[in-house]
Design a protein around this ligand. Sequence first.
Ligand SMILES: O=C(O)CCC(=O)C(=O)O
Ligand SMILES: [Fe+2]
Length: 291
Amino acid sequence: MTSAKPAKTGAVSWLIDHQVINHGVPESLMKAMVEACGEFFNLAEEEKQEFAGKHVLDSLRCGASINGSTDHVFFWRDYLKFFAHPNFHSPSKPTGFREIALDYSTRTRKVAMELVKGISASLGLEEGYIEKALNMELGLQIFISNFFPPCPQPELARGLPPHSDHALLTLLINNGISGFQLQRQGKWVNVNSIPNAFMVIFGDQMEIMSNGKYECAVHRATVNGKATRMSIAMLFGPALETVVGPAPELVDNETNPPAFTAMKYRKYLELQQTNKIIGKCALDRVRILSV
Ligand SMILES: O=C(O)CCC(=O)C(=O)O
Ligand SMILES: [Fe+2]
């Protein structure tokens, strides 16, 4: 995220802070998706219970907060997560949710794959390189919606703790209420999204695959005392069974030694899940430390 910006690609334009406009996803669909998520969170607790899951590899789950926080910050968040690719799973409620989510998932995937081509080229690789190397035809795509109601003591609570997303990249939108923060040079900066743009967040697999040329973006979400904030993060990753390591083309033993050990994406996700409990970053577990 803090590294050089990928070049402008055919289908999308890059803006500051890695936001994309002219992406071809209708504004009406983005709005409808946020509204449908709002309706989901407003379902009665018993209705949502049906979709409660626990494990990172469950294809559909919802719940409150995140697992295993070890510090004393109080998390103020409901979430809904489901796999949108290679197989589409979605809650069957509220009415119409599934159709909107399918349309949104398909169209955002087109944007992401266009970006992946541009990113490949910007690394000096063939356009189709990343798509092929990460077997993205079977790539995992995860739909995550976050719901942060007004919090009576926002200074004591957090929406989401500092983290990086585990996938290759994330396309993020919200309901216009600010709260997204990026870590830059050790400081937290508010990043307000441009209306109808997607915020592009590089994830762990991007840093691994590019051998550190593109860093993952550490970010968090704050809550506020007045308004309900909602966000939708769509994560695009490799296929679960694909082993991801630094692209051999970007590695040489003199100036660019491999910075990460290769690991199956499925294993990485499981590692990240256990690491959350002990509060450590999964990326550090595959990083090769130079001696
Ligand atoms: O709420 C936000 O803006 C960020 C959401 C996020 O980082 C995530 O779901 O991984
Ligand atoms: Fe995130």
